[in-house]
Every structure is written in C-alpha cells, then in structure tokens.
Design a protein around this ligand. Structure first.
Ligand SMILES: [Zn+2]
Length: 141
C-alpha cells in the first residue's frame, strides 16, 4: 500500500502502530494532564481526554492490527494522504475505522488517519457498501 502510494508521489508514514497497555495508559494520562493544565477539573479532564484517547484495554493499537498513517508534509498534505487512503486502502485489506459519518455508531470521533486490517474481502465489502465495521459485523449475524 505504501509502495504504491509512494510510486505515485505521495509522502506518507506510519506514525503509530502497536501499543502496549502501559503506553496506552501513559497516553491517556498525558492527555488528562494537558486538560488539567488548561484549568479543567480532574473529572472533566478525564471525560475530555477519553474522547481522544481510547481507554487502556480498548485501543485497536493494542491489537497490533491498526495503524495511524500521516502525511510527510514535505511531499503531501494530510488531506491528500487521507483521500488517497480513503479511496485505496480497501484494496490492501485495510478500512478507515472511524469515518466522520459513523461517529454515532463507532463512538469515536472522525479519525481519517486510523486504519485497521480486516482482510481484503471484508475491506471491499465495507468500502463498497459505505458502512463501518460495526455495521458490517451486524450483517454477518
Ligand atoms: Zn489510531
């Protein structure tokens, strides 16, 4: 996927891959602290942070099958890379896990950089139907 995108002039890289429980915990704590430094109460800060950082034990990054992909800003804009991924990742078995129009179902804000491997068959189905993983799983039951 990266080789094909790069061959067409895109600059992109994996910013985040596998994370341990400890790393996820640390990320969340840092986010809570950042909100507290902005003057939020502890409970407010926790609530806000959990909108951005998955609660340890629930992050797909802990599964080892999810990646955050960013643009190399010297070669491509974020929008260019996110569009490229949105239209092509399924061919390689990856799906945009948290689309902007599915936040009410996924419970996660739009994350155009976060991709999850589901295999080519499922990825094609999810992409061509315009559904999210939760909706796809419902169709299997
Ligand atoms: Zn991610």
């Amino acid at each position: 996927m990266f080789n094909d995108a790069r061959a067409q002039g895109y600059g992109l890289f994996v910013r985040e891959g596998y994370r341990t429980q400890e790393e996820q915990q640390q990320l969340l704590e840092e986010k809570i602290e950042a909100y507290e430094n902005e003057g939020k109460s502890k409970s407010e800060a926790k609530k806000l942070a959990e909108q951005w950082v998955a609660i340890p034990g629930t992050s797909e990054h802990q599964l080892g099958i999810a990646v955050d992909i960013n643009a190399d800003a010297t070669k491509s804009s974020s929008d260019d890379v996110y569009s490229r991924l949105a239209e092509n990742a399924y061919k390689y078995g990856f799906i945009k896990r948290y689309p902007s129009d599915k936040t009410d179902i996924t419970g996660v804000i739009n994350e155009p950089w976060h991709y999850r491997y589901v295999g080519k068959e499922a990825a094609l189905e999810i992409y061509s139907s315009g559904i999210c993983l939760e909706e796809y799983i419902d169709t299997l039951e």
